[in-house]
Design a protein around this ligand. Sequence first.
Ligand SMILES: Nc1nc2c(ncn2[C@@H]2O[C@H](COP(=O)(O)OP(=O)(O)OP(=O)(O)O)[C@@H](O)[C@H]2O)c(=O)[nH]1
Ligand SMILES: [Mg+2]
Length: 226
Amino acid sequence: MRDSRHPDGTAVDVILPCLNEAAALPWVLSRLPEGYRAIVVDNGSTDDSAAVARAHGALVVAESRRGFGAAAHAGLVAATAPLVAFCDADASMDPRDLPLVVDPVRDGVAELALGRRRPTTAGAWPVHARVANRALALLLRRATGLALHDLGPMRAARREGMLGLHLSDRRSGYPLEAVLRASAAGWRVVEVDTPYAPRVGRSKVTGTLRGTMTAVSDMSRLLATR
Ligand SMILES: Nc1nc2c(ncn2[C@@H]2O[C@H](COP(=O)(O)OP(=O)(O)OP(=O)(O)O)[C@@H](O)[C@H]2O)c(=O)[nH]1
Ligand SMILES: [Mg+2]
């Protein structure tokens, strides 16, 4: 088990885009390593995600513009720590694993670290999502030359660096655009294995075929117009 404390005291802001994740948030927010602060970006949840997040000590940012990228970017703008990490709020990822992606950036080994999802159970990652992800990863490897196998939703970078990438996608292409721009900027991008468990609550993006198709079409457009 890696030590998650930061000897240099560097704080990390953890951005958690959130759309109706009230059932998952208590567990997620109880798992942040010491020195890590949660920023939950609520994107018009109709459940009590915002109140639950606040009750569990998170900074809650409201983003009225819908879309994963809109929420992720609002969290980045609200962050103040030199290091930022992104994590899903559906309990599919354990925030205790965040140092796996944060440490390479903090230690100066990489400018962007991505967590390659490694399913903990057969049901953690639906087949259609896995197939789509594999195809996108292949295109991504070809486009960038980076040895990546996943888009890595758990990730870390320096806040100033991320802002400097000037990402424009505000939908599900945001994570891909970040990798493309990071690569074009000559960033060292590393991939580390991170466990991936079944989400808590109802699936909304890649857990459904429609969600996967929207994500793939957003991402293919980015790869085509690069
Ligand atoms: N703020 C915001 N968060 C979103 C939006 N869509 C998804 N999210 C959140 O982003 C994270 C990733 O979305 P998920 O729904 O888990 O997407 P996924 O992992 O591809 O698919 P499933 O887990 O099967 O639904 C979760 O924390 C969601 O609550 C959105 O439009 N706005
Ligand atoms: Mg999920």
